[in-house]
Ligand binder design. Structure first.
Ligand code: G3P
Length: 235
């Protein structure tokens, strides 16, 4: 299937770091407020050495067309193709609408191992950027060994809080990064990330980026919040 994207990003084979902003279903980033929310965010190529992707809710994915310089990911995807499936989101449909990636198995939207495995294989066939979320080291290992190219480690108890994964779980990040590397996957980490130090510590521990929600979406200026995650000068 032909891969069409609005924004031209370096592929996952590069050494770019990755920042994924998950807009979740927050009132200020969803539905009627989504246009003004996304309008004020940095473009996906705004920072050298970084790719920024915006994981939007299903209703807001059409905004990819309106903001061609911003890379949109879905927050969830299903492994089925087109057909008689109610409420599903297929990779085929996303790719054809210019959305080339998605989270799957987020702690707030868990799916079973069978679905994850199917999705990993399909994503590889379609060259789709599937970000498989893992709650612990065992899951990181399982998904990396199943062929996931991008694994996101997020300890659920830290999500939405003020203690970041890099402060609370440095040893796990280090081990997870090693497991991913061994299996040809890249690791990003999330939960409680709010500052440049949270991100830079994660990178030092072997991750290639972060998955962030409240630290950006709920900030008084989400654009500055993103910039200050990447730029030391702003901290
Ligand atoms: O998907 C990102 C997420 O679950 C982390 O949330 O609010 O801790 O950045 P937050």
């Amino acid at each position: 299937m032909q891969r069409y994207t609005y924004v031209k990003l370096a592929s996952n084979n590069t050494n770019d770091n990755i920042l994924i902003i998950n807009t979740k279903h927050y009132e200020k980033s969803t539905g009627v407020r989504a246009v003004s929310f996304f309008a004020n965010l940095p473009e996906s190529n705004a920072f050298k050495g970084w790719q920024i992707h915006y994981a939007a809710g299903p209703y807001d994915l059409h905004l990819a067309k309106q903001f061609p310089e911003k890379s949109f990911y879905a927050q969830h995807v299903d492994p089925n193709g087109y057909g008689a499936y109610t409420g599903k989101i297929s990779m085929e449909m996303l790719i054809e609408t210019g959305i080339h990636g998605s989270l799957i198995n987020h702690s707030e939207f868990r799916v079973g191992f069978e679905v994850i495995d199917k999705s990993i294989h399909k994503a590889r066939d379609l060259n789709f950027d599937l970000v498989v979320c893992a709650e612990n080291l065992e899951e990181v290992s399982r998904f990396a060994q199943s062929g996931a190219r991008l694994v996101a480690y997020e300890p659920p108890e830290l999500i939405g809080g003020n203690i970041s994964v890099s402060t609370a779980k440095p040893g796990i990040i280090e081990k997870a990064a090693g497991i991913c590397e061994k299996n040809g996957a890249r690791l990003i980490v999330g939960a409680g990330i709010k500052t440049y130090v949270d991100i830079s510590t994660s990178l030092k521990l072997g991750a290639c980026g972060g998955l962030v929600a409240s630290g950006v979406v709920l900030a008084s200026n989400p654009s500055i919040a993103i910039t200050s995650l990447i730029n030391k000068e702003l901290t």
